[in-house]
Design a protein around this ligand. Structure first.
Ligand code: FAD
Length: 495
């Protein structure tokens, strides 16, 4: 872990060099601008191409975090796998670096490009639901809002993210946890197939029966293997409405919350979820403990299950006893808004939760936020979602290697002053390292204990994929030998 900071900086420098080289290449070829050639190739299609002088370009490079806004040479919005294939082949032939943008939530700039091409999938957001087959097909640029809404029309749902403006693409390809994980596993556990454009431009289907090795790889490390233009998910009958919402407490409630969390862990049967989030938001910057609760069933059962928490004196009660299912993945949108500089981080902790751990966590967080201007919207979330179903699948079954007897912690640090960038990054890394130790994880033998979609880039493939790293690197040589898909966790980087 000591090498993460240096590796991160090295990776950024490599990207900068590549971008400068690209910028140079574009300039030298001004007389015969390569993007003009691409424009000609795409002219008969429905793809849209934006360059820095195009109307709408500024909007097209915006991301969930301002730190990920980069000045791409071209943003191209395809509408089909064929069009994606044209762009990938063109970029490879011209040696222009490219990235794929799904929902745009990566805080490591994995979906942004300085001087290269962005393949922006925002025009590929169709969803089709087959109630008889119990499947949901989602195009590669969908957000979870698209999927939740379409599936709900048929009384169905699949496992997706807890914030519905995140992308189906990035979230699924890295694993995918959500409120339905305790009942149905990860998003990748429900992925039946994916239509993909590979680095050489071929369009293939990856499934248990077609390119099974590729299917193994994309379930956990998918962003490193191609552009997924369509996902096919297994759907499940979904009760509607459900019992869900937020309770906001002062830190003095922590002893009772910790006691409840441990009781929750012991009694949950897969139809409940609880996320404990710590923050000290403006305008008061007073510390609060937010409990996001979900009971996948009727109000009477939800109320009974969460009674010990409901009886506590809360600063705010935003529980909806009959929340329409598609709104469940909006309940923490209010603390996950666009704008500002942000960095995601991740670690894990083991139950039972202790009061000492929670109090130390809060002290560390508020200590940092109180001593730095404009950092109060940062959030640390402990995701208490039963992983029994996740652990029923082995860590070797797919590239994803984070199935263990622990829960995830997600950190989102948010700030405004670019001068704080490095300090926040360092704190985020140290904080998550501390959580892992203090939360009792140490060196887990079962799973890696970090979620690839949360941990900052710069970690080694072994840290992120554990014993699956070597096989992933072999498959990378088969499916992307020139490492064109290198902006997510870079599988080709050695330890
Ligand atoms: C507010 C917030 C809430 C979150 N909640 C959850 C949660 O509940 N559960 C969870 O598991 N994770 C969660 N995450 C983490 C989330 O999984 C990652 O941020 C993920 O990368 C988001 O995907 P995206 O498509 O929005 O991002 P992007 O930045 O567009 O993409 C991330 C990576 O995936 C690649 N990619 C995207 N789409 C495709 C595609 N179709 N084909 C190939 N590559 C693609 C991109 O190239 C990039 O490398 C959350 C993140 C945020 C910011």
């Amino acid at each position: 872990m000591e090498t993460i900071g240096r590796a991160y900086i090295r990776e950024e420098q490599d990207h900068l060099k590549a971008s400068l080289a690209t910028a140079g290449a574009v300039k030298i070829q001004d007389a015969n601008n390569p993007y003009d050639a691409l424009r000609v190739q795409l002219a008969p299609t429905n793809a849209e191409m934006l360059t820095p002088t195009s109307p709408g370009y500024g909007e097209s490079i915006k991301r969930w975090s301002d730190t990920s806004e980069k000045k791409a040479a071209a943003v191209i919005r395809p509408t089909s796998a064929d069009e994606v294939s044209v762009i990938v082949k063109f970029s490879a032939a011209q040696k222009i670096p490219f990235v794929v943008c799904g929902g745009g939530h990566s805080t490591s700039s994995a979906s942004a490009s300085e001087g290269g091409i962005v393949i922006d999938l925002c025009k590929m957001r169709n969803v089709s639901v087959e109630p008889a087959a119990m499947t949901v097909a989602a195009e590669g640029g969908c957000t979870w809002e698209d999927v939740d809404a379409a599936a709900a029309q048929h009384g169905l749902a699949t496992v997706g993210g807890t914030v519905n403006h995140t992308g189906v693409g990035g979230l699924t390809l890295g694993g995918g946890y959500g409120w339905l994980t305790p009942r149905h596993g990860l998003a990748i556990d429900n992925l039946l197939s994916a239509t993909m454009v590979l680095a050489d431009g071929r369009i293939v289907t990856a499934s248990e029966h077609s390119h099974p090795d590729l299917f193994w790889a994309i379930r956990g490390a998918g962003a490193s293997f191609g552009v997924v233009t369509e996902f096919l998910f297994r759907a499940h009958p979904q009760p509607n409405p459900v019992y869900a919402g937020l309770l906001i407490f002062p830190p003095s409630a922590l002893p009772d919350i910790v006691e409840f969390a441990n009781a929750f862990h012991a009694k949950t049967d897969g139809d409940q979820g609880m996320v404990i989030a710590l923050s000290s938001p403006p305008p008061t910057n007073a510390a609060v403990v937010i409990c996001a609760l979900f009971y996948n069933g009727p109000a009477s059962a939800g109320k009974a299950f969460f009674a010990p928490l409901l009886e506590l004196e809360a600063l705010g009660n935003h529980i909806d006893p009959a929340m329409p299912w598609p709104l469940v993945n909006t309940m923490i949108n209010a603390v996950s808004t666009y704008g500002g500089r942000k960095i995601f981080g991740g670690s894990s902790f083991r139950m039972p939760l202790t009061l000492d751990f929670m109090q130390a966590l809060l002290k560390k967080l508020t200590g940092f936020c109180d001593s730095h201007e404009g950092v109060g919207e940062s959030v640390v979330a402990l995701e208490i979602l039963s992983y029994d179903k996740v652990r029923a699948v082995s860590n070797e079954a797919m590239a994803f290697c984070n199935r263990g007897d622990y829960y995830q912690v997600g950190t989102v640090f948010k700030w405004h002053d670019p001068a704080l960038d490095e300090e926040v990054r360092v704190f985020n890394r140290e904080f998550n390292r501390w959580v892992r130790e203090a939360g009792g994880l140490g060196n887990d033998k079962e799973g890696v204990g970090v979620y690839a979609n949360y941990i900052m880039h710069g970690a080694s493939p072994e840290e992120v994929f554990g014993r699956n790293a070597a096989r992933l690197q072999e498959l990378k040589c088969v499916y992307d030998p020139d490492n064109l898909f290198n902006k997510w966790h870079n599988l080709k980087r050695s330890r």
